[in-house]
Design a protein around this ligand. Structure first.
Ligand code: NDP
Length: 452
């Protein structure tokens, strides 16, 4: 496995995959740790989780630099990501016990309640785009619930994968509570099929999600999927246009355009379309692309050469199919995997950008005739992760909230995850929820207890 700096293309370090014997050792350790870990009282689990959070805060600059060097996000956003992981640790350290308290169902002569019990070793297959956050938002609730975690991280972020394991170890968790498995995706099936692994969660592409869901189904194991998205960002005439434009650029270009909940399709009411587009393109032109370690950089490289090629192909094919490129539309020559921030308009249904997730700094603009048309365009996608609408009209807002086919609708705000609110999708964006109370309930046995 190679850790390659996407800003330069240089190989930083290489790692050997785990041998079969090493993998077996780790699975055995997870299974041995679980019975003891599930008995550790909440107070002690909370203490350890808070310690992990404190380590993240203390080391945010060092860890943030690692994220930037390994996957290219800007240093400021990398440091913020590490801080956000600390907030998830604190959130679950503080709230897990309450979220998992018994739910009393007693009434009349019925004495019954639901108790929340851990399941065992859970496998997490995670992507590189938020290499710390994606892992912590799984691990913090899973470990607080008394499960143990096994991480199969994306092959291009092995250093982050090992650094996370190290954080939990140094915070005081037992060695088997959270382990990184340096294995390629071909060996995931074997881990899912292993009798000691009880459940699996995957964040990534829908293709990977399909395969993992199929294998989990075969083994009859619980699965949570957080897959891609092509989120709509709808702007109506009553919106604060300047704010919508400004936030819309951030919402698309965040993480160098590689976020599942990035605003990818801008659906703008005809009455304000031209004004929106003019201002949007103006702001995109002003973005500074460059070395992600420099504080003035807005957009860094894509994380891998394959990712760069995919975005290039999707844009080229979309333009060939008739889409109009208003800005960008090309890779940036030279070292590293840089793609110019791009704006496409008049995208025909035959263009790849119309239906596929474009995982790079490419904004897609759509003109909506009216409210119904805006909802129709917003929902005309196989995905259903997030959605954002900009309006100050209460009746309009109610329609969007009820009719967007998405796991979350944010009004006058960009979609963002937060430990306090649930996160997840519908349609091809997956199923199950992460974060908040719903997130911690995914990997527990909600046992009904009845006493006579
Ligand atoms: P993948 O979905 O391929 O990778 C995500 C994780 O899944 C990695 O750990 C990967 O391992 C693993 N994986 C991949 N295929 C399988 C499989 N068949 N069985 C089990 N595990 C698997 O994402 P990519 O990095 O290849 O990106 C491709 C596209 O996916 C992007 O362009 C984007 O559209 C989408 N994507 C969406 C994300 C999101 O947050 N919504 C995040 C990442 C990607 P390994 O690295 O070893 O292959």
């Amino acid at each position: 496995m190679k850790s390659i700096n996407p800003a330069t293309g240089e190989v930083r370090r290489t790692f050997d995959e785990l041998s079969d014997a090493e993998l077996e050792q780790r699975l055995a350790r997870a299974a041995e740790t679980f019975p003891a870990w599930r008995r550790v009282p909440f107070a002690e689990r909370s203490r350890l989780m808070a310690a992990a959070g404190a380590l993240l805060v203390a080391e945010k600059e060092k860890l943030g630099r690692l994220l930037t060097l390994e996957m290219g996000k800007t240093l400021a956003s990398a440091v913020a990501e590490v801080e956000k992981c600390a907030s998830a640790c604190r959130y679950y350290a503080e709230h897990a016990e309450r979220h998992l308290a018994d739910v009393d169902l007693s009434s009349g002569d019925l004495r019954a309640w639901v108790r929340h019990l851990p399941l065992g070793p859970v496998l997490a297959v995670m992507p590189w785009n938020f290499p710390f956050w994606q892992v912590f938002r799984f691990a913090a609730p899973a470990l607080m619930a008394g499960n143990v975690g096994l991480l199969k991280h994306a092959s291009n972020v092995p250093e982050c994968a090992l650094a996370i394991e190290d954080v939990f170890r140094r915070a005081g968790f037992p060695a088997g509570a959270f382990q990184t498995l340096l294995i390629g995706s071909k060996r995931v099936s074997q881990v899912i099929a292993d009798g000691r692994v009880v459940a699996v969660t995957l964040t990534g592409s829908d293709a990977a999600g399909q395969q993992v869901a199929r294998e989990a189904g075969e083994a009859l194991k619980k699965v949570v999927l957080e897959l891609g998205g092509s989120d709509p960002f709808v702007v109506m005439p009553s919106a604060d246009l300047e704010q919508a434009v400004k936030t819309g650029v951030t919402a698309r270009m965040i993480n160098n355009g590689q976020s599942c909940i990035a605003a990818k399709r801008f659906v703008v009411h005809a009455a304000i379309y031209d004004r929106f587009v003019e201002r949007y393109v103006e702001r995109v032109k002003a973005l500074r692309v460059g070395d992600p370690l420099l504080p003035e950089t807005d957009v860094g490289p894509l994380s891998t050469e394959a990712g760069l090629r995919q975005v290039e192909q999707q844009v080229d094919d979309s333009v060939k199919a008739g889409a109009r490129c208003l800005w960008g539309g090309r890779r940036i020559e030279g070292r590293g995997f840089f793609y110019a921030p791009t704006v496409l308009a008049d995208i025909p249904p035959a263009a790849p950008a119309f239906r596929e997730e474009v995982f790079g700094p490419v904004a897609l603009l759509f003109r909506a005739r009216d409210l119904d048309d805006a909802i129709r365009i917003a929902n005309d996608t196989p995905y259903g992760l997030g959605s954002s609408v900009w309006t100050h009209d209460a009746a309009e807002r109610a329609r969007f909230v009820d009719e967007f086919e998405a796991g979350q609708t944010f009004v006058n705000a960009m979609v963002a995850s937060d430990p306090r609110i649930p996160f997840g999708g519908v349609k091809r964006s997956g199923f199950g929820r992460e974060l908040a109370r719903l997130g911690i309930l995914e990997f527990v046995n909600q046992k009904t207890v009845l006493v006579k």
